[in-house]
Ligand binder design. Structure first.
Ligand code: PRP
Length: 187
């Protein structure tokens, strides 16, 4: 069995600086799950729509801590080129598989940066005529906002730094770090 520090070193060549610890993430996900369970009580079934790839760990943890009936869907979009350069456009790579008409939908994102992805997804999912569409993001970089978009459940507001871990990547690296770390890529 690897010690914790050896495991982190093994998955991260860069050893990102810890921004949000594993414990703090766990506590906040517990709080979000409790709030969502209360808010959606009586409105079941709730459909959680995870946005690939970045939300896969957050969605896995959040969904298992809800105390109300829920189903899981995934949607895939791409808004960034390789590395840290924004492509300017959101591309739909994969739509939800199940029928979400007349159901309550909660979009689950790892991070909202410019807001373009979430803005696009809300409109896209509303075209499926669900009962409601709301949003949940683990991280929010408010100072980077380019389009106005409402985030109904926010885990942490963070500054404009490049974050990795807990699903988030830099050039596909560091997604499986157990904490949110900060790196300094060449921009
Ligand atoms: C990230 C993140 C969000 C989006 C947010 O996805 O997961 O979906 O960017 O940015 P925005 O608010 O500026 O639109 P990314 O395109 O990096 O893909 P990934 O989730 O597959 O890593």
């Amino acid at each position: 069995m690897w010690a914790y520090s050896e495991r982190v070193a093994a998955v991260s060549m860069d050893n990102p600086k810890v921004l949000i610890s594993e414990d703090d993430i766990r506590r906040r996900v517990d709080e979000l799950a409790a709030q969502i369970s209360t808010d959606y009580g009586g409105k079941e079934p709730l459909v959680l729509v995870g946005v690939l790839k970045g939300s896969f760990i957050f969605l896995a943890d959040l969904s298992r801590r809800l105390t109300i009936p829920r189903t899981i869907e995934f949607i895939a979009v791409s808004s960034y080129e390789e590395g840290s350069v924004h492509s300017g456009a959101v591309r739909l790579l994969m739509d939800v598989r199940g029928n979400i008409e007349n159901k309550h939908v909660l979009i689950v994102e790892d991070i909202v940066d410019t807001g373009r992805t979430l803005h696009y997804l809300i409109g896209m999912l509303e075209s499926h005529r669900p009962a409601s569409v709301r949003t949940c993001a683990l991280l929010h970089k408010a100072e980077r906002a380019e389009v106005e978009v409402e985030i109904d459940y926010t885990g942490f507001s963070i500054a404009d730094e490049w974050v990795v871990g807990y699903g988030l990547d830099y050039a596909e690296q560091n997604r499986t770090l157990p904490y949110i770390g900060v790196i300094q890529p060449d921009r």
